[in-house]
Design a protein around this ligand. Structure first.
Ligand SMILES: C=C(O[C@@H]1C=C(C(=O)O)C=C[C@H]1O)C(=O)O
Length: 193
């Protein structure tokens, strides 16, 4: 089990607060399913699951998921990969108190995108997006670097959102890698699928 870290990110309710370059801001403010948008921007999209295990949530996640202090969660981490290139690191936590009835498909997702279950289930309610810069010292920074080898990256832009279903909730954090800026426009790929 991994312990939370003391380095917190300053999560903000407005994308403008993180002062991302315009193209990155466009990705950060994607409405609807990020998976669906990435699929539209690639000839081959896949979710590469890094792990899905019991863990302790990060220090800056506890309050967002209704815990007074970092506590036990199920943690899932993935890379969203477009045409062989990782473009987003996904980090999802589900409080250990949630049951299989709250999130029936979560434990069996494997390499299917969580987004495809969240956005097509009428019982799921989406909360407000929050935005942050993830810098060295934040636990996600080193995890992203380890997963992608992005040794030159000095900061990452990220967003997160709480999803609720019945008595359950989960928090999805999406860390955008610089490579996302190199994706081809969606309309240039339509004929190749
Ligand atoms: C939340 C979505 O699902 C994506 C899928 C993830 C997963 O499978 O673990 C993680 C992060 C998300 O970007 C989405 O498509 O918007």
């Amino acid at each position: 089990m991994r312990a939370g870290s003391l380095r917190l990110a300053a999560w903000q309710p407005h994308a403008g607060a993180v002062r991302a370059p315009e193209k990155m801001r466009d990705w950060l403010t994607t409405e609807g399913s990020l998976t669906a948008r990435l699929v539209a921007h690639s000839a081959a999209f896949r979710v590469r699951r890094l792990h899905q295990d019991a863990a302790v949530c990060l220090a800056d996640e506890a309050r967002a998921i209704g815990l007074p202090r970092p506590g036990r969660v199920w943690e899932r981490e993935v890379l969203l990969v477009c045409d062989g290139r990782p473009v987003v690191f996904g980090h999802t936590v589900v409080p250990a108190s949630c049951t299989a009835a709250d999130w029936p498909l979560f434990s069996a997702l494997g390499e299917r995108s969580l987004g495809t279950t969240l956005f097509y289930d009428p019982l799921v309610r989406r909360g407000q997006l929050e935005y942050a810069r993830i810098r060295a010292g934040h636990p996600l920074f080193s995890r992203v670097r380890a997963a992608t080898g992005g040794a030159d990256d000095s900061l990452y832009y990220a967003r997160r959102c709480v999803y609720r279903r019945r008595q359950g909730l989960l928090l999805v954090t999406e860390v955008f890698l610089p490579e996302v800026l190199n994706l081809k426009p969606a309309d240039t790929l339509q004929n190749t699928k």
